[in-house]
Design a protein around this ligand. Sequence first.
Ligand SMILES: Nc1ncnc2c1ncn2[C@@H]1O[C@H](COP(=O)(O)OP(=O)(O)OP(=O)(O)O)[C@@H](O)[C@H]1O
Ligand SMILES: O=C(O)C1=C[C@@H](O)[C@@H](O)[C@H](O)C1
Ligand SMILES: [Mg+2]
Length: 171
Amino acid sequence: MKKVYLIGYMGSGKSAIGKRLSFSTRLPFYDMDTEIEKRLGMTIPEIFEKHGEAYFREKETEFLRTFRNENCIIATGGGVAMRRENRELMRSSGLVFYLNAPFRDIWRRISTDRNRPIVQRSTRIELEQLYNERLPHYLKAAHFKVETENRTLRQVTEYLAFQIGRLKGDI
Ligand SMILES: Nc1ncnc2c1ncn2[C@@H]1O[C@H](COP(=O)(O)OP(=O)(O)OP(=O)(O)O)[C@@H](O)[C@H]1O
Ligand SMILES: O=C(O)C1=C[C@@H](O)[C@@H](O)[C@H](O)C1
Ligand SMILES: [Mg+2]
């Protein structure tokens, strides 16, 4: 069996849903952002501030290359699908689910959060542009697109658990 990756824009629910999905599937859960923070002993804003975004992107790829071979659920960072190497690493080691949410929902969730350096340095218009730029990359990376609009965390989690159960033999 392989890994289950959750991908999508900031605030699409990867971390929140990954955690819940771990309970219903009984698979261990890892949040890439948290794992990188642990490896470096710094928060994401500190990593961006001290080493820059390019360094953080290297650490993301390093994580995907080296993370233990275990059946598990991984909530990725919002920018992970932008690199071709990352997309290939994910697709070849598991099932990739893209959590799609409309930008207005995303904005409501992330606009006041201080833990996302990209939100801190960008305007609403810039974040919407980035959302549109990233969309085709998420679609390329994903095996499945999951619509989250008007669905509770619980509903999205149940849907994913159902799909994972159905596809278990393949992963
Ligand atoms: N479908 C949903 N219904 C209600 N709240 C949601 C839904 N999806 C996400 N949220 C809420 O939005 C907030 C942001 O979600 P979360 O932190 O899981 O995003 P993320 O995709 O992990 O973002 P990042 O890429 O920045 O790590 C959380 O408070 C979460 O509970
Ligand atoms: O969308 C992004 O580029 C990011 C999302 C977060 O998960 C973190 O990985 C970081 O804040 C960058
Ligand atoms: Mg997250």
